[in-house]
Design a protein around this ligand. Structure first.
Ligand code: C5P
Length: 322
């Protein structure tokens, strides 16, 4: 359904400063691929956990003829094809009448791109939220959900605002779950990115995965619903490590990932999970302080990866390689 477009954007708060939103990253705790679909996507079951590390998006009235985006903080994050501008195009398509005035977005990246951390998807969800505010656009719930789905499989989770969720379908069916009260994470992201589409395509050429991952995901959903804390979640790492069906495809594409995981696990004395389609490896700790304490020692031995320590609340890394 189309809506009248506003004559002027309201893309600034009362004092003239831009509208701002945080776009937090996620990690996957287990990922079961349960089927291949007619539309080329795969049906999944996974637990998504929103983490502290976040990009920042702001918007103000634009000066140019069209919506514009400036990206800061990561040369690997491109303006062309960026989901922030795709979100703007999708929202504009819902607005009828005279064209809504252009907007200027500024995206400050902290989440590594193409890393399995949902950075682009979260940026898209933040953009949808800011576009609604900036253009005074109030979609129906199902319209917002459809726009989120059109932008990517993880976008509905971020739009839902849930701290954690048991996701199914393409990833768009998100059953909210409580997050543990505290958790620390060390993220190890190889500098060479990995495209999700490539990992799924490779998955299709490998022998079928065993059905175990789905059981682990469901058990974790029950445990989180029952109030699992950070220490309890970190203790489940050995089971969760075996419960990402995309691991064989990720190492088929990036054989060096197996050696990296061994090195990280030996250095930390702790098992690591693959987040989503990778290539980020994740070590879990009961608190952010503990994650921040071990990260510097790890970074010294791993020149080909980016190391970040985070928790569930803090947008800036608790520690990152200087
Ligand atoms: O939805 P998103 O744009 O993040 O997905 C990127 C690609 O990953 C899709 O084009 C598809 O090839 C693959 N994918 C999939 N099944 C999913 C999610 C993603 O096959 N559930």
């Amino acid at each position: 359904m189309s809506r009248p477009a506003p004559a002027r954007p309201i893309a600034a708060s009362g004092d003239g400063s831009p509208l701002r939103a945080l776009a937090p990253a996620k990690v996957n705790l287990g990922l079961a691929v349960v089927g291949r679909r007619q539309d080329g996507f795969h049906d999944l079951e996974s637990i998504l956990l929103r983490i502290g590390l976040a990009d920042e998006l702001e918007v103000r009235p634009g000066a140019g003829p069209a919506d514009a985006l400036v990206v800061q903080g990561d040369p690997d994050c491109l303006v062309e094809g960026n989901l922030v501008l795709r979100a703007a195009a999708i929202v504009r398509a819902r607005l009828a009448g005279p064209t809504a005035p252009p907007l200027a977005f500024r995206l400050r990246k902290r989440i590594p791109v193409a890393a399995g951390l949902g950075g682009g998807s979260s940026d898209a969800a933040a953009a949808l939220r800011l576009l609604e505010q900036a253009l005074g656009f109030a979609p129906e719930w199902h319209e917002r959900w459809a726009d989120a789905e059109a932008l990517g499989s993880d976008v509905p989770f971020f739009v839902s605002g849930a701290a954690a969720a048991h996701v199914a379908g393409r990833g768009e069916r998100a059953e909210p779950l409580p997050a543990p009260p505290s958790l620390g994470l060390v993220l190890v992201t190889p500098h060479r990115p990995l495209a999700t589409a490539e990992v799924f395509a490779r998955f299709d050429r490998l022998p079928p995965s065993s059905p175990e991952a789905r059981g682990v995901v469901r058990e974790l959903a029950d445990a989180l619903a029952g109030g699992l804390d950070g220490a309890g979640l970190a203790a489940l790492a050995p089971r969760l490590r075996q419960a990402n069906d995309l691991w064989p495809a990720a190492i088929a594409l990036r054989p060096e990932l197996a050696g990296l995981r061994e090195a990280v696990e030996a250095a930390l004395g702790r098992l690591c999970l693959l987040s989503g389609s990778g290539p980020t490896l994740v070590a879990l700790y009961p608190s952010g302080d503990e994650a921040a304490a071990v990260a510097p020692g790890l970074a010294a031995g791993l020149p080909h990866a980016r190391i970040i320590a985070t928790d569930l609340e803090t947008p800036e890394p608790l520690w990152r390689q200087p």
